[in-house]
Design a protein around this ligand. Structure first.
Ligand SMILES: O=C(O)CCC(=O)C(=O)O
Length: 298
C-alpha cells in the first residue's frame, strides 16, 4: 500500500499528525504511548532473561553476548527472537495497541516479520553505526516499519536511537565493506552523502513508542549513564510485502498476519535494493557482531 492509501484509513491509536510526520520524516516518536501497567510484565521478563544469561558464556540462539560478559557482569547486547522465548512477547505483538500502531503505519492488513530486545550498556562499547535495516531483510516494497518501545526513560546520555530525517526517500547504501563482506553499516566513503545535519535523537520517557521506516538511516551513540538502556523492537509490514531472501533472524511467527487479511496481490516497489548475503546459508549473529567483525577488518 502507498502512504496516501494508508493515511486514508482512519487512525486507530496514533494521531493523524504522527502518521503524517512518520511518512514525511521516516520516523516518529509517540511519548508515553504505553503505561507502566502495560509494560511491567515485559520489564520482569527482561530482568529474568538477563539473570538467566549469567549461565551463558558465548552468543547462542537466544543471546548476543558482548565482550565483557561474565556471571558477575552481564553484557547481553540482544535477546534474540523474544516472541520465541516467551508467549507474552508474542501477545504484545499480535494483540495489543502495538498491533494497532503498526496498522496506522502500514495499513489495515499487517504482517509480523521479526523481533529483538536490544540492550545498550554503560560504557563506550555499544555504539551502532549508521545503517538502513532493509538492506539486511529486503521486501518487495518499503512498507516495513520497526516499532520500538523504551522500557525505561531514554535521554541523550543513554544513547537513544537517532534517525536521519528524510533519508527514507533518498538512496539505499551498500552495507558491504571494501572486501565484499557484509559490514552492516554505511561505509565512511559513502557517509558524506548522508545529511547528518538532519539527524534527530529519538529520546523519550519510559513507555514511549518509536517508529522508523525500513529505509531510514539510523544508529546510536554509546550509553554515558550508569543505567542499561533496553529497547524492545518489533518489525511489521503491510500484508502485501513479501521477503525475497531468507530473513536474518526468522522466528516461528515470521510471516504471520496479526491484523486484517492475507494479501491476494503482491505490491512491488520498483526502487532497487542490493541483495544481502543468504543468511540461511551464511548464518547471522546480530548487527553488533557484524559491525564489530567488519571494524576489526578495517
Ligand atoms: O539499539 C540500538 O540503539 C540500535 C539498534 C539498531 O539500529 C538495530 O538493531 O538495527
Amino acid at each position: 500500500m502507498k502512504p496516501e492509501d494508508i493515511i486514508a484509513h482512519a487512525p486507530l491509536v496514533l494521531t493523524q499528525a504522527q502518521r503524517e510526520s512518520y511518512f514525511t520524516d521516516g520516523f516518529v516518536v509517540a511519548e508515553r504511548f504505553f503505561t507502566d501497567g502495560e509494560l511491567d510484565g515485559l520489564r520482569e521478563l527482561s530482568a529474568r532473561f538477563l539473570e538467566d544469561s549469567k549461565a551463558v558464556t558465548e552468543s547462542n540462539e537466544a543471546y548476543d553476548i558482548g565482550p565483557n560478559h561474565s556471571p558477575d557482569h552481564v553484557h547481553v547486547r540482544r535477546l534474540k527472537k523474544p516472541v520465541d522465548r516467551h508467549p507474552d512477547f508474542w501477545t504484545f505483538a499480535s494483540d495489543s495497541r502495538l498491533t494497532e500502531a503498526a496498522a496506522d503505519l502500514v495499513g489495515p492488513d499487517v504482517k509480523f516479520h521479526s523481533c529483538k530486545l536490544n540492550y545498550k550498556w554503560p560504557g563506550p562499547d555499544d555504539l551502532v553505526k549508521w545503517h538502513q535495516d532493509i538492506l539486511a531483510w529486503p521486501h518487495t516494497n518499503y512498507s516495513p516499519v520497526t516499532l520500538g518501545i523504551y522500557l525505561d526513560d531514554v535521554t541523550t546520555e543513554h544513547g537513544p536511537l537517532a534517525c536521519v530525517r528524510g533519508s527514507h526517500e533518498r538512496e539505499l547504501f551498500s552495507h558491504y565493506d571494501a572486501q565484499g563482506a557484509w559490514s552492516g553499516y554505511i561505509s565512511d566513503d559513502d557517509m558524506p552523502r548522508v545529511d547528518l545535519e538532519q539527524a534527530v535523537e529519538l529520546t523519550g520517557p519510559a513507555g514511549s513508542l518509536i517508529a522508523l521506516n525500513c529505509r531510514t538511516v539510523h544508529g546510536s551513540q554509546p550509553n554515558q549513564t550508569d543505567q542499561t538502556r533496553p529497547l524492545l523492537l518489533y518489525v511489521f509490514s503491510s500484508a502485501d510485502a513479501f521477503t525475497w531472501m531468507p530473513a536474518p533472524s526468522p522466528t516461528t511467527k515470521t510471516g504471520d498476519i496479526v491484523r486484517g487479511a492475507t494479501a491476494k496481490f503482491v505490491h512491488m516497489d520498483p526502487r532497487p535494493c542490493l541483495v544481502p548475503p543468504n543468511w540461511e546459508k551464511e548464518g547471522y549473529g546480530s548487527i553488533f557482531a557484524s559491525q564489530k567483525v567488519s571494524e576489526a577488518a578495517e
